[in-house]
Design a protein around this ligand. Structure first.
Ligand code: AMP
Length: 433
């Protein structure tokens, strides 16, 4: 990809598919605990730099598993993609877009002054009714990139029906919330159709007038099979975080849903990665799409990454030491399993930290409640599994802690992308043995 530069000095980097750069080995970061605040000794960024060493393995692709690497520090602060967007000047202003003035008012109310790169590039194509493939990582503003022009589409045709399919309940809820803000006073409605919530209410909501259906593939398919959703009426579909849907085994549900939609439709496809499986989907689902990639590396730029070597110490004690520091004000901790996450939450509560958990064993209302408490600063800590945390957009998360190692490189990027959002600084800490 042209125009992309790689931070951390590219001379010793090895390029790999997907454009990620891995700096190999180098001196180990000294273990945490030397007494400096937060453990970010010597500045975390670039702290692992060492001599050039070709990294082995496939971390840049989905499926590159941490387990196949001897040392996670190869990833932390090494896997960085940065486009030349640091001085990004949008071509458009929100004022310039040919969208209804009332939508512009809502955008202003939301506090957005200028479009992000993905919004700047994608919105004109969506407005021109083109199919779009957007390669954008988390936190780039892609939700508004598709919601704004699609709300305009409904303004122009009140009969328009739009389906938005996403991998997780949290992401669906978040998109629905954002939709409500952008469509305020515009008399258009959405139904959020996710698993884990009572289907009865969704069934009755679907009987009312609505333009946007936002949901997860399994529940959407269920509703279609119950004849509550007539997909032949939907001429626009958004597949958001398509790579994640693929990972989570939704491929058949996705294909099923698309097969029930009109061939003559607008398809918008967003993914953080572009593997061969994803390319095959694009070929199947889209017609002459415009491809736009804005992997800005914002995550890497705005997140200080570090590791904590636990060594012989008790992992929970190490965590407690961290959480006791004043700057650890809103902390998202990742664990591997649902039970492990629940146990860790209980242990933290027992040690006096206001904590909650979200994972697949909790129903949607409990997950949402935990998220709301976290958002409204009633909790210091939220412990989560990868799937449950997908799409969480909570501002001001001070730290992300990988208590258990992420399974894949992509999970690592998604986890740390929960902090340092919307131009703010964040810190990510990964526990290693
Ligand atoms: P997303 O990638 O859609 O999850 O958005 C990431 C974060 O950026 C969210 O908190 C959005 O509210 C915020 N955001 C999106 N677009 C803009 C914009 N144009 N200006 C300021 N903040 C934005």
């Amino acid at each position: 990809m042209e125009g992309r530069h790689f931070r951390n000095g590219s001379a010793s980097s090895s390029h790999r598919p997907g454009g990620h750069v891995f700096h190999g080995g180098g001196p180990r970061k000294p273990s945490f605990g030397g007494g400096k605040s937060g453990g970010f000794k010597g500045g975390s960024r670039g702290g692992f730099h060492g001599g050039p060493r070709k990294s082995s393995g496939r971390g840049g692709n989905r499926g590159g598993r941490f387990g196949s690497f001897s040392d996670v520090s190869k990833f932390v602060n090494k896997a960085v993609i940065t486009e030349e967007t640091s001085n990004f000047k949008p071509e458009h202003n929100f004022i310039d877009f040919k969208i209804d003035e009332k939508i512009k008012v809502n955008i202003l109310k939301k506090g957005y002054n200028a479009p992000t790169p993905i919004q700047d590039k994608v919105i004109p194509h969506i407005l021109a009714n083109q199919d779009v493939v957007g390669i954008a990582n988390t936190g780039t503003g892609k939700t508004a990139a598709f919601l704004i022009p699609l709300i305009d589409k409904v303004m122009k045709n009140r009969g328009e029906k739009i389906l938005i399919m996403v991998p997780t309940r949290e992401l669906a809820t978040q998109i629905d919330d954002e939709f409500k803000e952008f469509s305020r006073m515009l008399s258009m409605f959405s139904v959020c159709c996710v698993g884990g919530s009572p289907i009865g209410r969704q069934l009755s909501n679907l009987r009312r007038s609505n333009n946007f259906i936002i949901g997860t593939p399994g529940r959407l398919k269920d509703l279609e099979e119950r004849k509550a959703l007539n997909l032949s009426q939907f001429k626009t579909v958004v597949l958001d975080e398509a790579d994640r849907m693929l990972d989570m085994g939704f491929i058949h549900d996705m294909k099923y849903m698309i097969s029930k939609m009109p061939v003559d439709r607008q398809t918008l496809f967003f993914s953080a990665t572009m593997s061969s499986d994803i390319q095959a989907l694009v070929k199947n689902f889209l017609r002459n799409p415009v491809s736009i990639s804005v992997k800005t590396g914002d995550t890497a730029k705005s997140v200080d990454q570090d590791i904590v070597r636990v060594g012989p110490r008790n992992k929970l004690d190490v965590l407690q030491d961290l959480l006791s520091q004043t700057d650890f004000s809103r902390v998202l901790i990742f664990g591997k399993t649902k039970h492990g996450v629940e146990r860790l939450k209980d242990a933290l509560v027992a040690r006096g930290f206001k904590s909650e958990s979200i994972h697949g064993n909790k129903n949607q209302s409990k997950r949402q409640r935990a998220l709301d408490l976290f958002k409204t600063s009633h909790l210091q800590v939220l412990v989560a599994t990868d799937v449950a945390a997908r799409g969480i957009d909570v501002s001001d998360i001070s730290h992300v802690i990988n208590y258990d190692l992420p399974a894949t490189y992509e999970d690592y990027i998604h986890r740390i992308g929960r902090t340092g959002r919307a131009g703010k600084k964040g810190k990510a800490i990964t526990f290693v043995d």
